[in-house]
Design a protein around this ligand. Structure first.
Ligand SMILES: [Zn+2]
Length: 352
């Protein structure tokens, strides 16, 4: 009886040791530290410099099994609400017991944009929080935040997804970006990431800076550091639609299945619409803007997509599509300043 008990306890000790060795050590980002099988919240504290300090909320989900580190970042533009809400909705759906690897979530990078309802920029320094990567330790708030996100999130991740959408003034249809860097191995992974994410319109972005020290965009900061990353967009005009939020949440879970971070098989978009070139139509007049097409409309070359009047109602500018394609987004408000974007038209190309 005693011998039998000893044998059993030896077996369970071995099993216990195997289980422990398969677990992961703790992982910290900012003030959030999660041990294996745990989820933790905290902040990346951006100290004061030439302007005010800020705190960027962060969640670390440390899976109970080993695997890659995936970073999910939203709210660089704090009024692209659907993308921010999508990551909020995702947080309770990530069960550490089910996950192999680690997920870092930054649901709202640009807190002041969100609170003050200021589109496009960080109202503290007037800079877009997706144009100043890899950031500067002694720069303005956007640059200091970008510097810490590069160090604490990008450099410690294996993969990254950056979430955007139509801002308060942008009537946008959902799409993702496939960053084509020329590095075949990495491009194959990011191609699978956009196909697994599931948005059926994909922009081929081959014009991103190659210099890691002047990477500008967050996804490009990861890609120039050898970490496959994509950007995705859904939502528009300050509206939070369930279907946009759901597309971003289910796309993320499917990418996690693709990376074997979640059980199950990833489904891939089979026949997406590939966009090879974006034509930006800018207004050459200041005044009132009237759209004539909706987001997602397919237009022919020369088709009128909207017009601008002066403050007295006289038409001063007709916006026409320079080429055939799909309206990726069109200005969603009457305010129009000379030089502002009226619409982005995506030119469709064959499967690249
Ligand atoms: Zn954005």
């Amino acid at each position: 009886m005693i011998r039998h008990f000893c044998k059993l306890s030896f077996v369970s000790a071995v099993l216990w040791a195997l289980t422990v060795s398969a677990q992961q050590s703790s992982f910290s980002v900012g003030t959030a530290t999660a041990t294996s099988g745990q989820q933790a919240t905290g902040y990346i504290e951006v100290p004061a410099g030439v302007d005010a300090a800020t705190s960027i909320p962060v969640v670390v989900v440390r899976g109970s099994k080993p695997g890659p580190v995936l970073a999910l970042v939203s709210g660089a533009h704090g009024t692209e609400y659907a993308s921010v809400i999508a990551l909020e909705k995702l947080i309770p759906q990530l069960d550490p017991a089910q996950i192999s690897g680690t997920v870092i979530i930054l649901p709202l990078v640009n807190v002041q944009s969100f609170l003050q309802k200021v589109p496009h920029v960080n109202p503290v320094d007037g800079k877009s929080m997706n144009r100043f990567y890899p950031g500067k330790q002694d720069g303005t708030q956007t640059e200091r935040a970008s510097f810490l996100i590069t160090k604490q999130v990008v450099e410690r991740s294996d993969y990254l997804i950056d979430y955007h959408g139509g801002d308060l003034d942008e009537n946008l249809r959902p799409y993702s970006y496939w960053p084509k860097t020329g590095n075949e191995k990495q491009d194959a992974v990011t191609r699978d990431m956009v196909l697994a994410f599931g948005l059926d319109h994909i922009i081929i972005a081959s014009d991103r800076p190659k210099d890691a020290n002047a990477s500008r965009y967050l996804d490009n900061t990861a890609n120039t550091r050898g970490k496959p990353a994509i950007a995705v967009e859904a939502g528009y005009s300050g509206i939070v639609q369930t279907q946009d939020v759901q597309a971003l949440v289910s796309g993320t879970l499917n990418v996690m299945r693709y990376f074997k971070m979640l059980p199950g098989t990833a489904t891939m978009v089979e026949h997406p619409v590939w966009i090879g070139k974006i034509d930006t139509i800018s207004s050459d007049q200041t005044g009132f803007f009237y759209p004539l097409v909706d987001r997602g409309t397919y237009v022919e070359q020369g088709m009128k997509v909207g017009y601008v009047t002066d403050y007295f109602g006289n038409t001063t500018f007709e916006a026409r599509a320079p080429a055939a394609g799909v309206v990726l987004y069109i200005c969603g408000v009457p305010s129009m300043k000379k030089g502002d974007t009226v619409a982005n038209i995506g030119e469709v190309v064959k499967n690249p």
